[in-house]
Design a protein around this ligand. Structure first.
Ligand code: SF4
Length: 299
């Protein structure tokens, strides 16, 4: 059996930067708070907890005055910065620059009185941070069905959470455009209605799609390693599943089932932008060591 780790998988540069900033502080102080889980990967969180990282939430600020808190790549609404200031908290801001840019663009369109519509997950930290830029005035839609809730008679701009699926975004955009066009025909208010789309899906997620499809095709079985709460993990796993029905989502090697690998000549290991390389290596090693002992598989 050939086991290959996808060379295009592993942390995106935004996550690399966040982990680097956290470890730099932990090396100095062995004590750092992170606002929310630093990434959607329990294994990596545990590794950093051993070094002194503790996860806190904004409600905890009154209990940790004058401490140092890391803002993770998802970013935060302005209110978080105000609360930190109130309690004398020093922030290490590891908001991904891609997210910072989206926050800026949303503020700009809000200033021009556009209705802000965000395709994303309602309670996802990044979306909470984006909505916070416009004091919650934006509308979040998560599915095609929810397009019906948008008042298209207002001038509107559509954004996306950075980790959403590109095809789903295109469908939402097309349905919104169709509604706008219908309204134009019905009302003859051609010039009054403006609809703009800003595809703010991160290239680190969308750029992987083609390569991932190829990788999923090339292997009999795909083991997709990611935290269960990872948004881009779900998007990327669905891509694998579309191409290769023998694709399995695991958080770590302990969730692996022997029978998945029956008759497999090639196993591909891949993951989300928040999956550390060392974890995929560990899964590979596990298969090699455990399954070699089993009479089921020859490696
Ligand atoms: S996926 Fe993109 S936006 Fe998200 S942390 Fe990585 S680089 Fe930044």
């Amino acid at each position: 059996m050939k086991i290959t780790i996808d060379k295009n998988s592993g942390f995106c540069w935004g996550v690399v930067r966040t982990i680097f900033m956290a470890e730099r502080e932990l090396d100095k102080t062995q004590n750092l708070y992170c606002l929310g889980e630093i990434i959607h990967n329990p294994e990596e969180i545990h590794r950093l907890e051993v070094k002194g990282l503790k996860t806190v939430y904004r409600d905890d600020f009154p209990k940790i005055p004058n401490s140092t808190v890391l803002i993770r790549a998802h970013g935060e609404p302005p209110e978080t910065y105000r609360q930190a200031d109130k309690y004398g908290i020093t922030l290490i801001d590891a908001t991904c620059p891609v997210v910072t840019k989206v926050q800026e663009r949303i503020r700009n369109y809000d200033d021009q009185n556009y209705q802000i519509v965000i395709f994303g997950k309602k309670n996802h930290a990044e979306v909470v941070g984006l909505l916070g830029q416009v004091k919650g005035r934006g509308l979040v839609i998560s599915s095609l069905e929810e397009v019906a809730s948008v008042d298209v008679s207002k001038k509107t701009v559509l954004f996306s959470q950075t980790t959403m699926d590109k095809t789903a975004f295109s469908r939402i955009r097309d349905k919104l455009k169709k509604r706008v066009n219908e309204l134009i025909v019905d009302s003859f208010e051609n010039e009054a209605i403006q609809f703009i789309t800003k595809d703010t899906i991160c290239g680190q997620v969308s750029g992987r799609e083609m390569k991932l499809r190829e990788f999923a095709k090339q292997n009999n079985v795909i083991l997709f390693v990611a935290g269960k709460t990872s948004s881009n993990g779900k998007v990327l796993f669905n891509i694998c599943k579309e191409v290769n029905t023998n694709s399995y989502f695991i958080e770590n090697e302990n969730e692996l089932m022997y029978e998945w690998l029956d008759d497999a000549e090639s196993v591909g290991i891949t993951g989300a932008t928040s999956t550390p390389h060392w974890l995929m290596e560990r899964v590979k090693l596990f298969i090699k060591e455990k399954f070699k002992k089993s009479s089921l598989i020859n490696i």
